[in-house]
Design a protein around this ligand. Structure first.
Ligand code: AMP
Length: 190
């Protein structure tokens, strides 16, 4: 079982590389952003709460995110090939909760893969994506806030995963094939 945390700033290519990983390795996929957008679409209580945070470019409170994590993970059953965590964890309490939830099931994170992309490139990609996807949080003002949140709340996870011995750095600037090739090298060595 290869549970993978795909990590990086908004616009770093986590979703795109996840799609390639799913196809090549038959992994499951948990994108917490997709889970929340689905809740918003379905007008659930969780969706209503999430919407106000997402619109501001802020993170949904940890307790709420952690409370849905196990339910989403258990949908894949007990003996899956592995799950990609995309957009989770985003804070240290979330990383600790993920570790505990997996421990309780006799599972673990096999690798954390950091896609490293320079800030100017992230802005360009996200503004372009906003025009195509129509995502409400892909406008310039909210993107700037999301990047600030990323630096202050999410980046400390790099050190956290280094201490766990799970961190792998990938240069996220380049062709899809080169980046995916670098990720495959990591996964094939696990
Ligand atoms: P994403 O699609 O991963 O960029 O997530 C879009 C938005 O959903 C984020 O800007 C947050 O507001 C919210 N979100 C997604 N995942 C998380 C998480 N793990 N913790 C807190 N908020 C999250």
């Amino acid at each position: 079982m290869k549970n993978i945390v795909i990590f990086g700033a908004p616009g770093s290519g986590k979703g795109t590389q996840s799609d390639l990983l799913i196809e090549k390795y038959g992994l499951g996929h948990i994108s917490t952003g997709d889970v929340l957008r689905n809740e918003i679409k379905n007008g659930t209580e969780l969706g209503k709460t999430a919407q106000s945070y997402i619109e501001k470019g802020a993170l949904i409170p940890d307790e709420l995110m952690i409370s849905i994590l196990a339910n989403v993970y258990d949908l894949f059953g007990k003996d899956h090939a592995g799950v990609i965590f995309d957009g989770f964890p985003r804070t240290i309490p979330q990383a600790e909760a993920l570790k505990k939830m997996l421990d309780e099931r006799g599972h673990k994170v096999a690798a954390m893969i950091e896609l490293d992309v320079p800030e100017e490139e992230l802005m360009t990609r996200l503004i372009k994506r906003g025009k195509e996807s129509g995502r409400a949080d892909d406008n310039e003002e909210t993107i700037k806030k999301r990047l600030v949140v990323y630096h202050s709340q999410t980046m400390p996870l790099v050190e956290w995963y280094k201490k766990e011995g799970l961190h792998h750095h990938i240069d996220g600037l380049g062709t899809l094939d080169r980046i995916f090739g670098d990720i495959q090298k990591v996964i094939d060595n696990l």
